[in-house]
Structure formats: structure tokens, C-alpha cells
Write a protein that binds this ligand. Structure first.
Ligand SMILES: C[S@@+](CC[C@H](N)C(=O)[O-])C[C@H]1O[C@@H](n2cnc3c(N)ncnc32)[C@H](O)[C@@H]1O
Length: 435
């Protein structure tokens, strides 16, 4: 729980209650919602607010089921938000040696917040419900690998259809491990891009993956200027798989399709040190971040092409007086994001079974378009941040079943299942075109 804010400042907990109320009501995207945080919060309050909001979204299914059994008529959203936040705090406290003392504090704090945000009558309801919820959470049994899909789905807060799909794909142990993985707060990783003679600051802890550091929490005031200055770039080690397969060489020209916001363009450029990166993405709101990230590239020439890869990509390259085919092409397609659900806690609530049909169609079309831009003898990397075969292996199989696949050969692939690798999930496939 957060301490009471100073007079006149909104505080992390009430700010979280407002955002959670909005999310319960409108299901806005969480990253956009967190961007609306009021100014005037301290770094610690902001972090607390973010932690609470993401915690509620992550555990929404379990809390919703438990509260549904305890409350006959859901109260208005502001009060429901208090119940959900207190519920998340109870989940966090459960199993800790001081759980009992913390429960009392959580109940008291939730009641006081409801008095301020709603009414004394609703505060009485919150008092009764949070006490009962504490009992439900404390007595909750952690499902084992043999648990039924519905039980796994509720305890680990995932849609049941998704749990069933994963059970069919990854088996009971893999699915159980994945669900558990997704329920933990995400570790923040970054690449240190400072000059070679400048060592990474102490709050960056070297990780198992060369060049990637774990960012210790509570250092936002130091992190922010380093990000703005381009010395630090927040990036999960899972993103390196596609770039490792492409292995961009010094002096060559890399075509990065579906480039925004530019994480992989930047990683390619940092590996190459000299040469050129041509980054293409659709005109629209994501171009701003891509421009910003490309402006941080040093030593490598960059060209930004705003175009629809499926319509007029060659024309756009021509207009920019850029080559129409490339020896190194990467395409990082839009996907279900099932590999990055730890970071993007709301993805699981937006995803629908039909997305595993819709995405592969678009992915295959994009892969075909990318293949047309590969020079004879060139290499093409297809990449996703999905762990699902429909968006990875199946798309590659479909490509090879088509005429366009004829000149290509699958040279290598790399997949990350987060519970096994310890970082985000991803799929990457290196296709080589005959000369
Ligand atoms: C997964 S994101 C790419 C992430 C990026 N590679 C990175 O590392 O930061 C997918 C991108 O595909 C782009 N995209 C989707 N359809 C496209 C199309 N028809 N032409 C060009 N870009 C497209 C989206 O705008 C989005 O930026």
C-alpha cells in the first residue's frame, strides 16, 4: 500500500483506482490509459500506480470470479476499482509471513479510499467484501498440471479458450509454466548504447544475454535522461533472435519492413556500425516513435519509408531513390503478442480465437510481399513475438507451399518459449533465396 500523498497531490493509489475504474468500464488499451496519468505524481507514485493497474489487469479473471461470487449486484465502477485493487494487494500479500497484518492494512486502506472516492455506504460494502475476499484468496489452491482447463484459466486469469489452445499445443506442463510466467510482473531489460569507454551505470545489472541489462527498479530519474539521450534503449532480449538470424554485416544495406517503433532497426544498426538501414512502416501514429529511434542511430545511414508493404512498396522505394531489392531483409509482422503477455497484461483479454486465423492471413501476405524485395542470393528473416505455431511454423509452411517459396530455402530458425528461455517469447525464421 502507498503512504498517504501530500495534500494537493493525487497519490499513486487513487490514481490507480481512477484508471482501473476506466478500464473496467471501457476496456481501453492499458498502455494508452497509463499515458493519461495526471502530472504531479512523483516517480514512486507513478510506479505504484502502474504496478497496481497492471496487477489488476493481470489477475482480473481470478478477482472477477471471486468478487462475482461475493457481490450479488456489482457496485459502480469507482467502488469496483477499489475492490479489484485491494484484491490484487491481497494476492500479492498471500503467502508472505506478514500476510495477516497486511490484510488488516489492506482492508483499512480500501475502506478509507472508498470513503474519499465514493460514499460511506459503499465503504461499508468494501469493508465486508474485502474481508471475505481475503479469506477466499488465502484459501485458494494453486492448480497443478493435472487441473482442468477452467480451473487453470480462473486461477491464472486467462481466457479458457486460450488455455485449451495452449494445452493442445504445449501440453499440461508447458501450459502451466506459461500461465505462471505470464502472471509475474515483467523484468525490464535495456541495451546500454553509451560510448565504449563509458561503463554502464550500476543500476544496470548484466543479464545472461550479451548486451542486455536488467534495469533495477526505482531508478526512473536516472533512466529517463539516458533514454532521451539515446544511451539506453529499453528492449527485451527476445528481440535479438530475429537480428541474430539476419546477422547484419558492417557496410551492408538492411531493409527492415514493419519497422515501427524501430527496436530491431536500432539493434541492426548498432551491430553493423556502418552501412545503411532502410526502415519501412505504414504512414500513421507509429512513425513518430520510429523517427525518434532512427535519429539515435550513429554511423549507419538510415532511410525512412512510409508505405504500405502490400500496396506500392516498390513505388515508394523508387520515389526515395532506394534499391528495389536487398541482400538482407527482415519482416517483423503484427501478431497476437502471445510471447509478450508478461509485458502487455491486457493482451489476453483483447485476444479472440479468430485472431489466430486473421493474423496468419495478413502475416502470409506480408511475407509474400517481403519475399519480392529480396535479391538473388539474399536472406529474409520472418519474425513474430508470438509463441503460437499458427503464426510461426504454419505461416512458413504455407509460404513454402506456394510458388513464391520456390526460390527460398529455410536455413535456420529460433523460437523462444518464455518459460524455458527466461525472456519474451518469439519466433524467427531465416530464409535464403537461391542465386
Ligand atoms: C510487431 S510491429 C513491428 C515492431 C518493430 N519491428 C520493432 O522491432 O520495433 C509490426 C509493425 O507492422 C506494421 N505494419 C502492419 N501492416 C503493414 C503494412 N501493410 N505495411 C507496412 N507495415 C505494416 C505495423 O504498423 C507495425 O508497426
Amino acid at each position: 500500500m502507498s503512504a498517504a500523498p501530500e495534500a494537493g497531490r493525487p497519490g499513486g493509489w487513487p490514481a490507480a483506482a481512477r484508471l482501473v475504474a476506466r478500464w473496467l468500464d471501457q476496456r481501453e488499451r492499458i498502455d494508452g490509459l497509463l499515458d493519461t496519468l495526471p502530472p504531479g505524481l512523483t516517480g514512486a507514485e507513478r510506479a505504484r500506480c502502474q504496478h497496481l493497474v497492471l496487477g489488476v489487469v493481470r489477475h482480473f479473471g481470478r478477482l472477477d470470479a471471486a468478487l462475482g461470487r461475493l457481490v450479488a449486484h456489482p457496485p459502480r465502477f469507482s467502488t469496483r476499482a477499489v475492490l479489484f485493487i485491494a484484491g490484487f494487494e491481497l494476492i500479492e500479500a498471500s503467502g508472505s509471513p506478514e500476510a495477516e497484518g497486511r490484510v488488516a492494512k489492506i482492508v483499512h486502506h480500501a475502506v478509507e479510499q472508498t470513503k474519499a472516492l465514493a460514499s460511506p455506504a459503499e465503504a461499508r460494502l468494501v469493508n465486508a467484501v474485502v474481508r471475505k475476499l481475503a479469506g477466499v484468496i488465502a484459501s485458494g489452491r494453486v492448480p497443478g498440471t493435472a487441473a482442468a482447463p477452467a480451473e487453470l484459466a480462473e486461477y491464472f486469469s486467462h481466457p479458457e479458450w486460450l488455455v485449451r489452445a495452449w494445452l493442445a499445443q504445449f501440453g499440461a506442463e508447458g501450459t502451466r509454466a506459461l500461465l505462471e510466467w505470464n502472471q509475474q510482473p515483467a523484468t525490464v531489460y535495456a541495451r546500454w548504447r553509451g560510448p565504449a569507454e563509458e561503463p554502464a551505470p550500476d543500476f544496470l545489472k548484466p543479464s545472461t544475454w550479451a548486451g542486455f541489462f536488467e534495469v533495477a527498479s526505482g531508478h526512473w530519474p536516472q533512466v529517463e535522461p539516458l533514454l532521451k539521450g539515446g544511451k539506453l534503449y529499453l528492449q527485451d532480449p527476445g528481440t535479438r533472435l530475429a537480428v541474430d538470424l539476419l546477422a547484419p554485416q558492417a557496410g551492408e544495406t538492411v531493409l527492415d519492413l514493419c519497422a515501427a517503433p524501430g527496436g530491431k532497426s536500432l539493434l541492426c544498426a548498432d551491430r553493423m556500425r556502418t552501412g545503411r538501414v532502410v526502415a519501412m512502416d505504414l504512414p500513421g501514429p507509429r512513425i513518430g516513435r520510429l523517427k525518434e529511434n532512427l535519429s539515435r542511430v550513429a554511423g549507419v545511414e538510415v532511410a525512412l519509408v512510409q508505405a504500405d508493404l502490400l500496396e506500392g512498396a516498390v513505388m515508394a522505394l523508387r520515389e526515395h531513390k532506394l534499391p528495389e531489392v536487398y541482400a538482407a531483409v527482415m519482416i517483423d509482422v503484427p501478431c497476437s503478442n502471445t510471447g509478450v503477455m508478461r509485458h502487455r497484461a491486457d493482451v489476453k483479454w483483447r485476444l479472440q480465437a479468430g485472431d489466430f486465423k486473421k493474423h496468419p492471413q495478413q502475416q502470409l501476405a506480408l511475407l509474400h510481399a517481403a519475399a519480392r524485395l529480396v535479391a538473388a542470393g539474399g536472406r529474409l528473416v520472418y519474425s513474430t513475438c508470438s509463441i503460437d505455431a499458427e503464426e510461426n511454423e504454419r505461416v512458413i509452411e504455407e509460404f513454402f507451399n506456394s510458388r513464391a517459396g520456390g526460390p527460398f530455402k529455410l536455413e535456420a530458425s529460433a523460437t523462444s518459449r518464455p518459460w524455458a528461455t527466461g525472456h519474451d517469447g518469439a519466433g524467427a525464421f531465416l530464409l535464403k533465396k537461391s542465386s
